[in-house]
Design a protein around this ligand. Structure first.
Ligand code: AKG
Ligand code: FE2
Length: 424
């Protein structure tokens, strides 16, 4: 970022920036003092893959239709990179540092959580200065990372109190076609992922499901499974992410050894990835034996992560992305069982909504605007969902302690408390 975009040209502002970042860091990683943030010197590592690796297939968004996607990737649970799904998105032009600063400079975004689960937030202007201009993020082992599920609640109009940006906004409103916007309107859910049954439980009740993700090199997400067995898509607008994925059957202790210094992605890449390339007596690597897949994802590429796949993700440079988790007809069995066992109230609500929609002739649920045929199609779909759930009735319940948190990601576990802490 050039000084044109930089609000930190005076000593007073710089001091304020320093204070805000130090505070956020102290809260987001309470176990570290200020030197602890760069003690491993991971900035010296070259994290771009240098040797050939087994990767996921790449498909073209315009030529693969929904049915083919389900048949070849979603149903068999095959990770895939989709090229071109973001082509028409406004995010591609609006989520530049300039665009984010113009509209959201004083909005606060989540960068972590305290040990007690309180959300740690920082305003966009400080975060971008940290990520793009400051020297410190270039040395931090695992830099601060915006990972915010509440981005759609933030509107540019509620942002600034500083005269600097008020003036700027006034000027830009009168001279350009700029209008206040919501980041949610800057992207469109790719066609393969539009069925999302959790939507039936209502925006307020459903678990957090979408995140804007912005961070410098070496920020990332430690190895995890996505919450409740949901699948996910993750689209990069700027920069590059390196992914390592393992199939659902992988024994956890092999991919997350106990002696790691922390759960950060950078520690995983520094200490665990090399073990995946050690060749055994039969000339095979552990990564090969486990079915490990690696992806380097660039701008305009969307990664599909099937439910149950372990993954760890590190940003190779300054990266902006959007990611959403979803419950579809295809992953309904496994997500239903996990939801039933760890979020019983949510599961009851979901089943109730599915049952209502499966019987459209009942007076209370008759869709108002849909024609007869659409109505029946619709009902038939929900009836199939209901039947899938009914068929699982005899599957024994798993006690809550073993089904709930062990498998959640940093994003999902932090977002889990999004709901409960009420601090955003
Ligand atoms: O982009 C990333 O850091 C990975 C995100 C992710 O895997 C998640 O949100 O579950
Ligand atoms: Fe994930």
């Amino acid at each position: 970022m050039t000084s044109k975009h930089d609000a930190f040209d005076t000593k007073v502002r710089l001091r304020r920036y320093d204070r805000r970042i130090s505070r956020a860091k102290a809260h987001a990683r309470e176990e570290l003092d200020s030197f602890g943030w760069s003690k491993h010197k991971y900035y010296k590592l070259d994290l771009w893959p240098r040797a050939p690796y087994r990767t996921a297939p790449r498909i073209d968004y315009d030529t693969v239709d929904e049915d083919d996607f389900i048949r070849h990737f979603e149903e068999p649970g095959v990770p895939v990179v989709i090229m071109g799904a973001t082509k028409s998105w406004d995010a591609a032009k609006n989520w530049t540092p300039e665009g984010l600063l113009r509209d959201f400079r004083n909005e606060k975004y989540k960068v972590g959580e305290t040990n007690k689960g309180t959300t740690v937030k920082i305003s966009m202007k400080y975060f971008l200065h940290y990520a793009l201009t400051s020297k410190e993020s270039q040395k931090d082992d695992s830099p601060l990372y915006i990972f915010d599920s509440r981005f759609a609640d933030k509107t540019p109009t509620s942002s600034s109190s500083s005269s600097h940006s008020r003036k700027k906004r006034k000027r830009s409103r009168s001279t350009s076609s700029h209008r206040p916007r919501n980041l949610r309107d800057d992207y469109e859910i790719p066609k393969y992922f539009r069925d999302d049954l959790f939507a039936l439980t209502g925006e307020k009740r459903r678990p957090p499901y979408r995140w804007i993700v912005i961070g410098p090199a070496r920020s990332g997400t430690g190895i995890h499974l996505d919450p409740l067995g949901t699948s996910a898509w993750n689209a990069v607008l700027t920069g590059h992410k390196r992914w390592v994925l393992f199939p659902p059957t992988t024994p956890p202790h092999l991919i997350e050894p106990r002696n790691l210094p922390d759960h950060e992605a950078s520690s995983w890449f520094a200490h665990v990835l090399p073990t995946m390339y050690v060749v055994d007596g039969e000339g095979r690597t552990l990564g090969e034996r486990l079915g490990m897949i690696e992806i380097v994802q660039g701008p305009g590429e969307t990664v599909f992560v099937p439910g149950g796949w372990w993954h760890v993700v590190i940003n190779l440079d300054y990266t902006t992305a959007i990611t959403q988790n979803f419950l579809s007809f295809t992953n309904l069995d496994s997500v239903w069982l996990r939801t039933r066992d760890s979020r019983p109230k949510l599961a009851r609500r979901l089943l109730q909504r599915i049952e209502e929609l499966a019987t459209p002739l009942s007076r209370s649920t008759k869709p108002k605007k849909r024609g007869k045929e659409g109505e029946e199609l619709h009902a038939e779909f929900y009836a199939r969902c209901r039947d899938k759930i009914r068929a699982l009735r005899m599957v024994p319940r798993v006690p809550p302690s073993s089904s709930s948190s062990s498998s959640s990601s940093s994003s999902s576990s932090s977002s889990g408390s999004d709901e409960s802490s009420g601090s955003e």
